[in-house]
Every structure is written in structure tokens, then in C-alpha cells.
Design a protein around this ligand. Structure first.
Ligand SMILES: [Zn+2]
Ligand SMILES: [Zn+2]
Length: 338
């Protein structure tokens, strides 16, 4: 089978690999669609994300859907021929995080396309039954591949506990920021404000109802949107955005950190958190969100397909990465079909 393998910076090659062999409790999935994530592009362009370094050849891709081609005898939740989304994290299933339902925090998690674990840009994968979720017949493979980023947005909105009538601030208008704003609106937020440095991204997200956009860098954010926001989701990974956002949150408001801070030292003013008794919480991927995300897309409450800015064949996967890396103004989600 073919696998797209990252050998080094901007060096992706096709490799012929042995097809995976079914182990007990597993299914084999023929990968159908893979969305390219900002983290994939970062590995492609820089070879590392903070402490995670690509030291040996790595298959990228963790936003994936496909079709079950083989299932072990003990497998009951899916059968051969089912279209499925693969939740890209293998966990131990035994530790206290796993057994308490917060399996995303498992210390032995193996996340797809995070060194040294291969991701989904390969024709077949053998995965444990418990990480595959059946796709409804009405949903496409591409929608399936968008379940992963949507799950991040659901996890973020859980952290800030969006209630009807809330006002929610989002910094960063990439795919995650856009999805967070849509989940917040879907949960009944009266208004969302989305802040970014890129006007074209704001133009895109600003087409939604009840969405106010703010170009960052034009004076202090708080002087533009005020300081009465109930929830704040930081999706840009910028320390400046974090600080600007904190100033906009009302007393007793809630903050979720979703963006990846590539600069891991960021200065914040603790007095802001103290004086307003703000709660700030990290969001690390997601747990138990895929079934919800699937129901949400199936119900048509929320649009996601307009995030797809480019479609590529597997043959052209390296070009998809080059485009995602070089055209950050226009690219939201590049989608590869295998
Ligand atoms: Zn992702
Ligand atoms: Zn565990």
C-alpha cells in the first residue's frame, strides 16, 4: 500500500509499505479522506512542534474518515463496509485518566501524526475498535474528516460552559476558531466576537449571523469590544491575543486555552485573573466528543463544508501541503482524498 511519508522539512515521499495485519479487537480501515491540520503543516515546514520533533520518517494526518475493510471476530460496533471516522488517539484504557473518562490525558496516549506515531495519510490503518465511530449514510467522507476539528471546538465550548444569551470572544480565525464560534452560536450565544490579524479570515467568519469581527493590532481589543464577555476561547496561540482577551472577560468569566503556544513562555498579568476571579483552563484535544460531533453534523445544525478551501488527490498530497504552508491567507482546510 502507499503511504505519504515525511522524511524532513518539505520532503514528503511516497513509500510502498506492507498492509497492516489485523490484531484482536481491531479493525482495518481503508482511509478515504484526510483533512490537513495546522499542526501537520507545521511538522511539514519546520520538522517540529515544541518538544515534538520529527526524528524519523513520519506519516502525517489525524483528521480522517474511511471504510472498514476487515474486522476481528470480537468487534461488534462496526462491520465490514461501514464508513467510519477514526478518532486519532490510542490510549491505554487502564489508567485513572482513561477510566475516569478523560482519556485524552492518558500519559501513554499515542496520537496520530505526533512523533513517533504515524498518521492517516496512508491507504490502510489497523486501529482498535473503540476509536472508530460509524458515519451516518447522509454524511460524506469529507464531513467525516471534519469531525476531529469540530470535536476540539466542542471541548472548548464545554470548558467555557456556553449558555444561551452568552457573549463569547474567540481569538484566532483559523478552522478551530471558526468552529468554536459556530458551536458557541449553536449553543445559544447571543453574540460572538472573532479577532484575527488576517482580514480575509475575518471576512469569511464575519458572514455568519451574530458574529462581530475585529482586526487585531488596531489598538487595545478591550477598547474596541469592551470588557463584558462571558467566555473567551484563545485559538491563536499568541501571548498578545491571550492578554488582550483576558482584559475583555467579565468578572467570574471563563477562559479556554486551545491555540498552540509555540512560544512556550508567555507573560500574563495574574492580577487580572485574581481581581476578576476568572477561571482559565487548558483544552487538550478532546474526550467523548466524536459521537456528539457526528450527531451535530448529521442534524445540519452547523455548517462545516465551507471550511474546505482546497481538494487534492492522494497523488498530489505534497502539493496540498505546499499550498497550505505558502498561502495562509486563503487556506482554511485542505482536504486530501485517498
Ligand atoms: Zn487537527
Ligand atoms: Zn490511559
Amino acid at each position: 500500500m502507499r503511504a505519504a511519508v515525511l522524511y524532513g522539512i518539505h520532503d514528503m515521499r511516497f513509500e510502498d509499505r506492507l498492509e497492516p495485519i489485523l490484531a484482536p479487537g481491531q479493525v482495518i480501515v481503508r482511509i478515504g479522506a484526510v483533512g490537513i491540520c495546522g499542526s501537520d503543516v507545521h511538522y511539514f515546514a519546520h520538522g517540529r512542534i515544541g518538544p515534538y520533533v520529527v526524528n524519523s520518517p513520519l506519516v502525517l494526518g489525524h483528521e480522517c474518515a474511511g471504510t472498514v475493510t476487515e474486522a476481528g471476530p470480537s468487534v461488534t460496533s462496526v462491520s465490514v463496509g461501514d464508513r467510519v471516522v477514526v478518532e486519532p488517539q490510542r490510549t491505554c484504557g487502564l489508567c485513572s485518566e482513561c477510566t475516569s473518562g478523560r482519556y485524552n490525558l492518558c500519559r501513554s496516549v499515542e496520537f496520530f501524526a505526533t512523533p513517533p506515531y504515524d498518521g492517516a495519510l496512508q491507504e490502510f490503518m489497523a486501529v482498535p475498535e473503540r476509536i472508530v465511530h460509524r458515519l451516518p449514510a447522509t454524511m460524506s467522507m469529507e464531513q467525516g474528516a471534519l469531525i476531529e476539528p469540530l470535536s476540539v471546538a466542542l471541548a472548548a465550548c464545554d470548558v467555557i460552559d456556553v449558555a444561551p444569551g452568552d457573549r463569547v470572544l474567540v481569538t484566532g480565525a483559523g478552522p478551530i476558531g471558526v468552529l468554536v464560534s459556530r458551536v458557541a452560536l449553536g449553543a445559544g450565544a447571543a453574540e460572538v466576537a472573532v479577532c484575527d490579524v488576517e482580514p480575509s479570515r475575518l471576512e469569511f467568519v464575519g458572514r455568519q449571523a451574530r458574529t462581530r469581527t475585529v482586526l487585531s493590532g488596531e489598538g487595545a481589543l478591550v477598547s474596541v469590544i469592551g470588557d463584558d464577555w462571558d467566555g473567551f476561547v484563545e485559538c491563536s496561540g499568541s501571548g498578545m491575543a491571550l492578554n488582550e482577551g483576558i482584559a475583555c472577560v467579565r468578572p467570574a468569566g471563563r477562559i479556554a486555552l486551545v491555540g498552540m503556544f509555540l512560544n512556550d513562555q508567555v507573560t500574563i498579568a495574574p492580577t487580572q485573573l485574581q481581581a476578576k476571579e476568572l477561571s482559565m483552563k487548558g483544552v487538550f484535544r478532546y474526550a467523548n466528543q466524536f459521537p456528539r460531533a457526528i450527531r451535530l453534523l448529521e442534524s445540519n445544525v452547523l455548517e462545516v463544508m465551507d471550511l474546505v478551501t482546497g481538494r487534492w488527490s492522494f497523488e498530489d498530497v505534497a502539493k496540498a501541503f505546499e499550498r497550505a504552508d505558502s498561502d495562509r491567507i486563503h487556506v482554511l482546510k485542505e482536504m486530501v482524498t485517498l
